[in-house]
Design a protein around this ligand. Structure first.
Ligand SMILES: [Zn+2]
Length: 186
């Protein structure tokens, strides 16, 4: 298993230093191997963009490392270290990237660099009203997305909240759904 796969497979994290560990390490010790803090279960999320509102594909081609995302829903539960699946709505709906939350949600203006990718300019102000996070990308699947119809046919992914009630930006994902997505990307 390479380092990136180990990071993606981690199920527990340290709130103090940000270290993440695999479940077999957690079974061995419930404390952070680096700083001794009690580890917690990571949470998993889907963040959705609408390509007619935000030019995500153009952004990601030039800025592959990280991106600011609104936390319009679940801002109290989304925490540093949590894992995020990026979902596009529209004609080619599906999963396009996997990432990690770099810090807890807070109110901050949208970075000027990112502003020009918003087609609906009035949405930029949402960043002043609502909390947002920075996502660091761990895996991009722009050329090989997991499309919506594959998810709908999958016995685990068909239960994803986003497929039942697709309104919103932030959706909870179960650990089982996250692990299934990882499996389909390998
Ligand atoms: Zn630690």
């Amino acid at each position: 298993m390479n380092i990136m796969e180990q990071i993606l497979d981690a199920e527990f994290g340290c709130r103090k230093c940000g270290k993440t560990v695999l479940s077999k390490q957690y079974k061995f010790s419930r404390f952070c191997p680096d700083c001794g803090t009690l580890l917690h279960s990571l949470k998993f999320w889907i963040f959705q963009f609408n390509p007619t509102v935000y030019r995500w594909y153009d952004w990601i081609k030039k800025n592959r490392e990280s991106e600011q995302w609104l936390t319009s829903q679940h801002a109290k539960e989304i925490r540093k270290g949590d894992r995020v699946v990026i979902w596009a709505s529209g004609e080619k709906a599906g999963i396009y990237a996997l990432g990690e939350v770099l810090e807890n949600p807070s109110k901050r203006a949208l970075s000027p660099k990112q502003q020009k990718y918003w087609i609906k300019r009035e949405d930029i102000h949402k960043f002043e009203e609502k909390k947002s996070v920075i996502i660091k990308y761990l895996k991009l699947m722009i050329d090989k997305p997991i499309l919506e119809d594959v998810c709908r046919k999958d016995h685990i992914l068909k239960t994803m909240e986003i497929l039942k009630q697709p309104q919103g930006t932030n959706f909870l994902l179960t650990k089982e759904q996250w692990k299934r997505i990882l499996k389909l990307t390998r």
